[in-house]
Design a binder for this molecule. Structure first.
Ligand code: C5P
Length: 236
């Protein structure tokens, strides 16, 4: 599926985008900007409009705090909640336990470990984390941590998705940084087209500006989805 990033500051703007999408295309990502404004009330309004939700709060804190925070969020029964893999195995494990305690053994919510922001390229990675690892090696390392913690989902760029699949075959792989050939890449560094994402190992895409910035957002959604499905067809 494609989750549309509702990167807007107000609930009214978010709802306006959702209303433009056909009911079957209402898969949305609520990030920090919007969640800090609209909170759980907005999540509920979106769910009432038939939206499937990806809550992108990129949690990171001490394990006990993340455990308690995840217990709160698990009550929302969204599809995905993000957690930063660099918070460590113990933190991710506690988050998983929190979801299981609230939702049982087969939870509806899947945790996604964010491995590396798609805006981060090699030099930035080296300077920020003082590491000699390439983005791919870094993502591989973070994937191993997530697997060890039993976190079932991985967020990475399309370019690392093959490596992630090889390391963690049963993972749900979600890739942002998606652009049509004709679109600007903005602040994203490791961008790929939806076809490429489909040909490689993405299970779901996150698309923001390449849909929300278009005049006809529903048409943009369907164009992206068709291209993604075409790519996946080549894969199988
Ligand atoms: O507009 P654009 O398609 O670049 O939006 C991408 C969305 O995906 C943003 O909401 C951003 O926060 C999110 N994201 C990302 N890279 C990650 C995780 C999330 O770009 N590794």
């Amino acid at each position: 599926m494609i989750y549309v990033a509702l990167d807007v500051p107000t609930t009214d703007e978010a709802i306006a985008i959702v209303d433009e999408l056909a009911p079957e295309n209402r898969f949305v990502k609520v990030g920090m900007e919007l969640y800090y404004r609209g909170g759980n009330e907005l999540v509920q309004v979106l769910q009432e409009k038939g939206c499937r939700i990806f809550l992108d709060v990129k949690m990171t804190d001490i394990p006990n705090t993340v455990y308690k925070a995840t217990k709160q969020l698990a009550q929302l029964h969204v599809d995905f909640i993000t957690i930063c893999a660099n918070g460590g195995v113990e933190m991710m494990k506690r988050a998983r336990e929190a979801v299981e305690e609230v939702q049982g053994e087969n939870p509806t919510t899947k945790l996604l470990a964010v491995t590396l922001l798609t805006s981060m390229e090699e030099n930035m990675l080296r300077e920020t984390f003082q590491t000699e690892l390439s983005p791919e090696e870094w993502v591989a390392h973070q994937t191993r941590l997530a697997k060890q913690a039993g976190v079932g989902g991985i967020v990475c760029s399309v370019w690392e998705s093959d490596r992630v699949r090889a390391l963690y075959p049963e993972a749900t792989i979600v890739t942002p940084g998606i652009r049509l050939q004709a679109d600007a890449s903005h602040d994203q560094k490791r961008v790929a087209t939806p076809e490429e994402a489909g040909r490689r190992e993405s299970d779901h895409l996150v698309v923001g500006r390449s849909i929300t910035g278009k005049l006809n957002r529903n048409e943009a959604y369907e164009t992206m989805l068709e291209a993604f499905e075409q790519g996946r067809g080549v894969r199988s």
